[in-house]
Design a protein around this ligand. Sequence first.
Ligand code: ZN
Length: 248
Amino acid sequence: MRILILSDIHSNLEAFEKYMELAEGRYERAVCLGDLVGYGPDPNAVVERLRQVTDAVIRGNHDKACSGLTDAGDFNLLARLATDWTRKQLTPENISYLRSLPEGPLVQEGFQLVHGSPEREDEYLFGAAQALPELRKATFQITLFGHTHRQGGFLMHAHGRFQTIHIPPAKDGLVETLELEAGARYLINPGSVGQPRDGDWRAGFAVLDQKAKQVEYYRTRYDLAVTQTKMMQARLPEPLIRRLELGR
Ligand code: ZN
């Protein structure tokens, strides 16, 4: 099975549509690691489109806050402003869909989905300090995670050596193929569709190919100016508009 992995779309419809265009014909099913909404200008359209293409979705911390399950009290001011705006935009139907999303880990055949980490949905796996303990106790060969908005991930080889998965900057399309080793354990981050923070503004995604035993990482440009204009018209905070072009 070829599985398309989506994460951290954050109401960015232009990035999402461009991504789905590039992914066309490259996957058999699609899963989502949460944060469908928050930050961007198109929460309803993104939720509705995502429901059409995915068959397994978990919630992220922004989905919880934007649907009113939590009060966004631990968010910074800008994230809180965007959360309040998103909450007002969402239709009752989309709010109840977001509220119905399960918390990870969500077990699939041969892998699991989490938003932050297997322990906590709002924990950031930035480096060895957080990732290594998770890999040591992992019961799955493959855990798919998001939340950091950084494409790549981590692995522990069969003999115990830890390694960070670096994705080189490359042209649009397939940028890296990771061969999965028997006996190794993986934390795979597909990158963020709608608000990358790894220094590259382009939408990131990944495909897990279970038969070929590999993960393919992709990047794609999208019409960023359209998203930014919509954000200005919605009067979303300026730094959130700027950060999209910086990939931070
Ligand atoms: Zn996120």
